[in-house]
Design a protein around this ligand. Structure first.
Ligand SMILES: C[S@@+](CC[C@H](N)C(=O)[O-])C[C@H]1O[C@@H](n2cnc3c(N)ncnc32)[C@H](O)[C@@H]1O
Length: 285
């Protein structure tokens, strides 16, 4: 999509680009698997001190430890980590001796995991694929999806994923994940920046970031409009469904899971009704 043609700004296209999109309207471009963006993303994943593409190293270790203890993860168990990124949780899980499979659609993350984690932990397997396409049958004892990735899916995709995970798990298997809740404060805003180079491109670009809120279902939407010097324009949309406790419990029940325990996060901190996040331990019913 080009916003400048014959030295003229296409104002109509620009106006449409910065208008509030339909809820869960897709991006115009690749995000997780874009050649340049995924390189920036990997840098963030591997930075131990910042919470960006992954949580901090300290949080990852604490959460992994909590998940391991909560599920009695050990040798002989099969674990599935969906949206595993470069395998930071997979690595922690693999230390228990469990057989751990990580799935991600980013080539760059899977390459990193194969060239680093896999070499040290032979009990790991990394697969590059869309987790909505998995077709495992009653194979895993434990499945995880971590860093609120479940909230980035629309309701239809969430139901598809839950059905796939249900089929992939053995009876009574664990499904462990974290979500963003309706208590998260979202300020509706517009920010414009001009960058010489940055997260979205190695060349100069303008970034227009709009933050939107949708009421049904309650969802936060981030829309990045990235305009290169020559007018080439990409729109990246990221959503977070903001669940209530009742909504997520009902969705899990409808898909054949029972909620075993809810925490504030996957560190196992105590849950409260106004938590901005929940860490959920569910089991195949
Ligand atoms: C926020 S990152 C979290 C990565 C990892 N769970 C962690 O906490 O370190 C989300 C990951 O999900 C992956 N992802 C997003 N949508 C996906 C999909 N449909 N299928 C497989 N992976 C996906 C992205 O490539 C990215 O690595």
């Amino acid at each position: 999509m080009r916003i400048i043609n014959d030295n003229k700004i296409n104002l109509d296209l620009l106006r449409k680009s910065i208008t509030k999109p339909e809820i869960f309207e897709k991006s115009t471009d690749k995000f997780w698997d874009d050649e340049y963006v995924s390189e920036q993303m990997l840098r963030f994943h591997l930075n131990p001190d910042i919470e960006a593409a992954s949580k901090t190293k300290e949080t990852i270790e604490t959460e992994a430890d909590f998940i391991i203890k909560s599920t009695a993860m050990s040798e002989g168990k099969a674990v599935l980590d969906l949206g595993c990124g470069p395998g930071l949780y997979v690595k922690e899980f693999a230390k228990t001796g469990a057989m751990v499979t990580g799935i991600d659609l980013s080539d760059r993350s899977i390459d990193y995991a194969n060239n680093n984690i896999k070499l040290e932990y032979r009990n790991t397997l990394f697969i590059k694929m869309n987790y909505l396409d998995i077709n495992f049958k009653e194979f895993f004892d434990i499945a995880t999806i971590i860093f609120y990735d479940f909230c980035a899916l629309n309701t239809n995709e969430q139901n598809i994923l839950l059905a796939k995970i249900h089929t992939a798990l053995k009876d009574n298997g664990f499904f462990i994940f974290d979500i963003v809740t309706e208590n998260k404060g979202t300020s509706i805003s517009t920010n414009i920046s001009v960058c010489e180079e940055g997260f979205w491109s190695p060349k100069p670009y303008v970034e227009i970031l709009n933050t939107y809120l949708y009421e049904v279902p309650k969802t936060e939407g981030l829309q990045y409009v990235i305009i290169d010097e020559d007018g080439l324009t990409r729109i990246i949309r990221i959503y977070h469904r903001l669940f209530s406790l009742t909504e997520i419990t009902e969705m899990l029940n409808e898909n054949g899971f029972k909620v075993e325990k809810i925490y504030k996060n996957l560190k196992g901190e105590a849950f409260s009704r106004d938590s901005e996040t929940y860490g959920i331990i569910a089991r195949k019913a």
